[in-house]
Design a protein around this ligand. Structure first.
Ligand SMILES: [Zn+2]
Length: 179
């Protein structure tokens, strides 16, 4: 485990500058406070016109849940930012997928599309030798949809961790619920 207080910013993805319309990158910075609270700062900066924006999110243990059902139904749901505790279980029941976050080697703060892409990646080996497998077809299909930023097939992802699961930022009301 890395003991340092501040972690390198993570690039979460891109967005459109509200002022000039150019593409801007969104970064996430994480800090741990002495009270063992984590603070996440989301920043966006436009290189073209200088537009800057940031929002601060506090992750307290009190707002975490042990089980969250994430409903990916609209493109903006892919951008949901999630905190996941250690050894979280990640399930996609409709596709019979059950993995653990340690298996996927993902960090504790991640976007919904990244979770899906990590799962797809972890099953790629299985799928290259099994192209006729229905699940593989669905996964490849899902990967295409994500790369296009579109959601044609709704998918439900269940996240469970005794260490806590927390939605840091959601772009649509009702895109997750406790389970
Ligand atoms: Zn701009």
């Amino acid at each position: 485990m890395n003991e340092s207080q501040d972690i390198e910013p993570i690039m979460l993805g891109d967005s459109i500058c509200p002022l000039c319309g150019s593409s801007i990158n969104i970064y996430l910075h994480m800090y741990k406070t002495p009270l063992d609270e984590s603070i996440a700062i989301l920043t966006a900066k436009c290189e073209k016109c200088g537009f800057k924006s940031s929002s601060i999110l506090t992750i307290r243990t009190s707002v975490t849940h042990n089980c969250i059902k994430l409903k990916i139904e609209k493109p903006e749901d892919l951008n949901t930012i999630i905190y996941i505790g250690e050894n979280a279980e990640i399930e996609i029941p409709s596709m019979n997928i059950y993995v653990s976050s340690s298996q996927l080697n993902i960090g504790s703060i991640i976007t919904a599309d990244a979770i899906l892409l990590y799962i797809i990646d972890s099953l790629r080996g299985l799928c290259t030798s099994n192209l006729t497998d229905n699940r593989c077809k669905e996964l490849i299909d899902m990967e295409n949809q994500i790369s296009l930023g579109k959601i044609r097939d709704k998918v439900e992802v269940i996240l469970k961790s005794s260490e806590g699961i927390s939605i840091l930022k959601s772009y649509r009301d009702g895109n997750y619920e406790q389970c």
